[in-house]
Design a protein around this ligand. Structure first.
Ligand code: AHR
Length: 639
């Protein structure tokens, strides 16, 4: 391979460090322990590869509320049962309390009462400190609140440094509020950039006008710019970062969070639609309230905005507390069919009309429905065949075009026979060596049973919850496993790394694909993010046979092509470097993407010290020589 080295000055310090690491290491290893392997990519033969192979899975966990969803104020509707007045504080000479005698709506069952002592002449009110702070980027922000009580005059909104007192936004609006009902006020204002995330939102009013009385406020909201400018949308920076990996599908809304700790706290589709003030939220499976401001429609807008196929999971009778099966499941099946009508019905149907009222006239395009989540676990196995059959029959009868996914792959927990064309969903969280042992898991599977690996990720922690972020060996093991899936992507139709996103200050599960908190530039990809990106953005539609001079291990590979473009993915799961001599007849130029770093090093919150490095390649005979460091992952793209 003749590769043009990446030029350090234009790539920045991080890249230079990585390049320096690679160069130093290749010199240090010299040729003594460098192994050599030849790979010749065939031009034809091989399997068709699933166009949906690589996607993402999202469930609300690790506080993605206030993350992927753009709304920045925490506990904004007093939803759930665990927060009380978390994240609120009085501003000036006022007293605040949660007031359940004045609900904002049927769903939002309380509001914030702000009492003003007699004789106050200043502006007083309350603060919300967000999800451990508020990012203020200098962009225009949207804000809204509901208000009840006699008041006619100015409301002042500010974004203020909690420690510094510096004002990053200072905005007045005029309101007229009455004591008979809650009224919503919406506004937008410019901000100036805050160098840290220690900021809070203040709402104050003229205390002299309330003198000895009180006002109530509820369902407050603050949005930075959203992805594609959507109202109630995703946070633009976090969503754009995700969009860069080009996922083919989105599996939602869980995961455990679909199931509910009890039947009644399951994810209920019909309480996640319509105006956000009519969504009650719920105490989630991850032990904090979900606002459900990302609801069924928002998930589907998200899919459309990123060009992803939706894979919607429906509740299938299993919660952590109780399981509903047999005839008792009937009302829940009716509810699923209502959900289907909401998705697909035209505007002459009850639920189709409701969807149109909520902003989506055209039916949604959903071709994949998963029945439940992990029904081989948490006492679900025995009843799943019955629950699956009942739900499958109802959906398949009315919507035969939908492909159904079963929530596990254990034959003891599945109906026998499984209806034709059902995809089974496997979840794998493994230590690095164990992932690599599963490299050939799909090689000898029957070709008539389609598979989805709906959750996978390397976990190697001494504690049950996992504490560490991805590191090179672990990410390399994921790459090896993905190479195994891609080689078999005639039957492995879909795969998604999980979990997706983590707020660094509220971690319930680690590792994740990427993370953030409210400090500027905090969005940090993990080494696994880079692996996902390299694999998702470089894939053909046909897997090609490869002739090799050695067996798999420690080097693993898969080749694919689309039109005249060829992709070769490589992973070196070992302690020695490898020279890979590649021949792809008929090609001559392209690029090499390489992710390399020490075995136990990864990207750490705020420091993406290991990143993909891209170089150009050229050889008129289609012969390329690739140096693979230990634990390196590479993709060669040539045509
Ligand atoms: O991804 C975290 C959890 O792991 C998911 O909620 C669940 O499906 C799996 O057990």
């Amino acid at each position: 391979m003749r590769s043009k080295s990446a030029a350090c000055p234009s790539l920045g310090t991080v890249l230079c460090v990585i390049l320096a690491f690679c160069l130093t290491n290749s010199r240090a290893h010299g040729n003594s322990s460098e192994n050599s392997i030849s790979l010749t990519v065939q031009n034809d033969g091989g399997n068709k590869s699933s166009p949906l192979l690589y996607g993402i899975m999202f469930e609300e966990m690790d506080h993605s509320d206030g993350g992927i969803h753009g709304q920045l104020l925490q506990n904004n509707g007093f939803q759930g049962t665990s927060l009380n007045i978390t994240s609120y504080a009085a501003v000036g000479n006022a007293t605040i309390s949660q007031d359940s005698t004045k609900p904002v709506s049927k769903a939002i069952k309380s509001s914030l009462r702000v009492e003003v002592p007699k004789g106050v002449t200043d502006y007083v009110g309350f603060a919300n400190t967000g999800y451990n702070g508020i990012p203020v980027t200098g962009a225009t922000y949207n804000s809204s609140f509901w208000m009840m009580g006699e008041y006619s005059g100015t409301i002042n909104l500010q974004l203020v440094g909690s420690k510094s007192g510096i004002k990053y936004a200072d905005h007045n609006l005029t309101v007229k509020s009455t004591k008979s009902k809650f009224t919503e006020f919406k506004t937008r204002f410019n901000t100036t950039y805050s160098p840290d995330g220690y900021n809070e939102w203040h709402l104050t009013f003229d205390g002299s006008k309330v003198d000895g009385g009180s006002l109530n406020f509820g369902y407050i909201q603050l949005f930075p710019p959203t992805f594609k400018g959507r109202e109630n949308g995703l946070r633009d920076d976090l969503a754009s970062f995700l969009d860069e990996i080009h996922p083919a599908f989105l599996r939602f809304p869980g995961g455990n969070n679909l199931e509910g700790l009890q039947v009644d706290s399951r994810w209920k589709w019909n309480t996640t639609i319509g105006p956000v003030v009519d969504r009650p939220g719920r105490e989630s499976d991850w032990f904090y309230p979900n606002t459900d401001a990302i609801g069924l429609d928002e998930y589907l807008w998200w899919c459309e905005d990123m060009g992803m196929a939706p894979l919607l999971a429906v509740w299938a009778g299993k919660s952590y507390g109780d399981i509903i099966s047999g005839p008792d499941l009937k009302p829940f099946i009716k509810d699923i069919m209502n959900e289907m009508e909401y998705l697909f019905g035209d505007t002459t149907t009850h639920f189709g009309r409701m969807r149109a009222r909520n902003g989506r006239k055209k039916p949604w395009k959903v071709d994949l429905i998963e029945i439940g989540n992990e029904d081989d676990l948490t006492h679900g196995c025995e009843t799943y065949p019955d629950r699956f059959n009942q739900i499958y029959k109802a959906i398949h009868h009315k919507y035969p075009h939908i492909t159904i996914v079963a929530s596990n792959g254990d034959s003891k927990c599945l109906p026998s026979p499984l209806p034709k064309d059902v995809i089974i969903d496997l979840h794998l969280y493994r230590k690095p060596d164990d992932f690599v042992k599963l490299f050939n898991q799909f090689d000898n599977q029957p070709r008539n049973q389609s598979v989805m690996v709906g959750e996978f990720g390397c976990r190697n922690s001494s504690s049950a919850e996992g504490e560490y972020w991805p590191y090179m060996q672990g990410s390399c093991s994921e790459a090896v496993y993905m190479i195994g899936m891609e080689r078999n992507s005639d039957i492995v139709k879909m795969a998604s790394y999980a979990p997706m996103l983590q707020h660094f200050d509220f971690v319930s599960w680690s590792p994740t694909l990427y993370g953030f908190n409210n400090t500027p530039d905090s969005i940090t990809p993990s080494t696994s993010y880079y692996v996902q990106k390299m694999f998702m953005t470089n894939k053909g539609d046909t897997i090609l046979p490869v002739q090799s001079s050695a067996d798999f291990g420690p080097l693993y590979w898969v080749a694919s092509k689309i039109h005249s473009k060829y992709y070769l993915k490589l992973a070196n799961y070992g302690t020695d470097p490898q020279t890979v001599k590649v021949s792809i007849p008929g090609t001559k130029s392209g690029r090499l993407e390489m992710l390399a770093g020490p075995q136990y090093q990864g990207d750490t919150p705020y420091h993406a010290q290991i990143q993909t490095v891209t170089t150009s390649v050229f050889n008129p005979q289609g012969n390329f020589s690739i140096h693979m460091e230990p634990w390196a992952i590479a993709v060669l793209t040539v045509s």
